[in-house]
Design a protein around this ligand. Structure first.
Ligand code: ZN
Length: 96
């Protein structure tokens, strides 16, 4: 009886694992399809409007790296990739 139960548990676990893999695969496929659709839509919108959509990029005034404007630390008319670079640039300007 104990052996039979352990087989039942083993089969149930195997089925569960199979289901989990199938579900995660379906989710990944759905996410990829949604991303593709969004990209196509954005591409169609951009060509229809005749302009490129997307986030503006800014350049760090200290090290020169480009980054999305929403990630930048802005200080007046200057943008920085990092708080440390903003502080370093401020210190440099104070010295100059
Ligand atoms: Zn920087």
């Amino acid at each position: 009886m104990g052996k039979f139960l352990s087989w039942v548990v083993l089969i149930a676990l195997g089925y569960l694992a199979f289901r989990l893999v199938a579900i995660s695969q379906r989710k990944r496929d759905a996410a990829r399809r949604a991303a593709d659709a969004r990209r196509e839509q954005a591409g169609a919108g951009a060509s229809a409007a005749g302009k490129v959509t997307g986030e503006m990029m800014v350049q760090c005034a200290h090290c020169g790296v480009f980054l999305p404007a929403s990630d930048a630390f802005v200080d007046g008319d200057r943008s920085y990739c990092d708080r440390a670079h903003r502080d370093a640039d401020r210190a440099e300007q104070r010295r100059a």
